[in-house]
Design a binder for this molecule. Structure first.
Ligand code: GLN
Length: 478
């Protein structure tokens, strides 16, 4: 049989349809791979029913009744609730939490015929850039196991990069799909805020959180995104717009591109390798006939401080529900109600989460609300406005995904240095814009990513641009 691990999602669909292999064979193959690569620690739990699901898919395929992704194995970030299955969000707080309902993202992919392999490891409550804050231990980067895969969706990124599945779900609040995609040499897309339902996706910072996809290339990402996007009345911030055929759009020859280069940001890139890679990538795009224009993105330099007020503020509110009464971990023998709250939370949350809850509570407190939270919201609006001004002249904006390649495990102790990992990814979350990271080369064998940010609901345009880049380069196959 051919090497199943190298197959893209699209190739798998064709292989299943033409009966080159069955869903059971594909699923068995991946379960074995996951077992062989256990050291990577990319999964928190496996789905006991994976082979049963595969069998059902094979029956449907035999009867010509398949759905769009029938029989394709997938891995889900352990932030997406699945009914009657464990959903931990990488936290001791939810170590034994069995969800009573399923997230919309899971429901959609399940009704598209995917086979759930299991839940992937992640930073606790999606707070982190290295996957070192997970209660279930760090995830290793498959390209160099002494290094981090990036975070917070590091388990999903590692799973796709190590060929433990061909695609996976993730979430991106400040870069958690794009940064790990870049560190692991794969493609990752964060859609427009509201494009993908947040129902059943455990909340970190609700105005920034967005579900998305890891895949081997832009076409696979397009196909997968088509299957998770769409209006959901259960999510009040869901966008009620028809989902365009992203896959066809990604392949289309009619899509026009004027790519904006934010001059100051590019000039200020500190790492020469990252800067050179940016210009090499730009050359690839230019050769494929894409127009390029320099732009000015004002106030972008404030993105990081703005994010680290707004995200902790929202997290402090969202995580107040874990009180030892309604959800998750409960301490033993509480003296009284206060003791129950205090010890359950002290025991259940890790250091990073506690730090964010404290910062967020402080920023929202009566005396400091105007100085921090309100100010941050105002600057957030200015940042959004700069993007809107830019999109009057260009169709997308190109930046590096990260300021560096993957770093060694436990090598960053300074929290600010860790937060700076997301310097290029956070602006898109603050503005709610779609953004994608694709592989753009390597430095000493370690992958680098390039990022395209698009206008609202222009995922199709970004996927088309990324596909153009991938047609004219081979980094995504290395
Ligand atoms: N690294 C950022 C943080 O820790 C972003 C995380 C994310 O996108 N979930 O907040």
């Amino acid at each position: 049989m051919e090497d199943l691990s190298k197959l893209s999602l699209v190739e798998q669909i064709n292989g299943l349809k033409s009966k080159k292999f069955s869903s059971i064979e594909l699923t068995e193959f991946y379960l074995k791979r996951i077992d062989q690569e256990k050291v990577l620690n990319s999964f928190i739990s496996l789905n006991e029913n994976a082979l049963k699901e595969a069998k059902k898919s094979d029956e449907k395929i035999a009867k010509n009744k398949s759905s769009s992704l029938e029989g394709i194995p997938i891995a889900h970030k352990d932030i997406f609730c699945i009914k009657d299955q464990k959903t931990t969000c990488g936290s001791k707080m939810l170590e034994n939490f069995i969800s009573p309902y399923s997230s919309t993202v899971y429901e959609k992919l399940s009704s598209s015929g995917t086979v759930n392999l299991g839940k992937t490891n992640m930073d606790e409550f999606a707070m982190g850039s290295s996957n070192e804050t997970s209660f279930f231990g760090s995830v290793l980067n498959p390209i160099d196991p002494e290094r981090v895969p990036g975070g917070s969706s590091g388990g999903s990124a590692t799973a796709v990069a190590a060929n433990l599945c061909s695609f996976a779900t993730g979430t991106d609040t400040g870069g958690s799909i794009r940064q790990p995609a870049a560190f692991c040499g794969i493609t990752g897309i964060k859609p427009t805020y509201g494009r993908v339902s947040r129902w059943g996706m455990i909340a970190f910072a609700s105005s920034l959180d967005q579900g998305g996809i890891f895949a081997k290339n832009a076409l696979d990402a397009a196909l997968a995104l088509e299957n998770i996007a769409g209006f959901d009345e259960k999510d009040s911030t869901s966008i009620n717009k028809k989902v365009p055929p992203f896959f066809n759009q990604a392949k289309s020859k009619d899509e026009e591109h004027v790519v904006g280069i934010p001059k100051k940001i590019i000039e200020d890139i500190k790492d020469d390798n990252v800067k050179n890679n940016f210009f090499e990538s730009l050359d690839i795009l230019k050769k494929s006939g894409v127009k390029v224009k320099e732009i000015d993105l004002k106030n972008i330099q404030y993105s990081l401080p703005v994010y680290y007020v707004i995200a902790p503020a929202e997290c402090s509110a969202n995580l107040s529900r874990y009180d030892g009464v309604r959800f998750g971990h409960r301490c033993e023998n509480p003296k009284d109600l206060d003791d129950l709250y205090e010890r359950s939370r002290a025991e259940g949350f890790g250091e990073e989460v506690k730090k964010r809850i404290l910062i967020g509570t402080y920023c929202l407190s009566a005396g400091y609300y105007d100085a921090y939270y309100l100010k941050a919201q105002k600057i957030r609006n200015l940042i959004k406005q700069s993007f809107m001004d830019a999109f009057k002249e260009v169709s997308s904006i190109m930046m590096p995904t990260c300021a560096n390649v993957s770093f060694k495990l436990n090598s960053i102790q300074n929290p600010v240095e860790m937060y700076e990992q997301d310097i290029y990814t956070i602006p898109a979350n603050l503005a709610g814009l779609p953004a994608i990271s694709i592989p753009s080369g390597k430095i000493n064998k370690l992958p680098l990513g390039i990022q395209f940010i698009g206008n609202y609901l222009e995922e199709g345009n970004l996927l088309n641009l990324s596909n153009k880049f991938q047609q004219n380069s081979n980094f995504h196959n290395e």
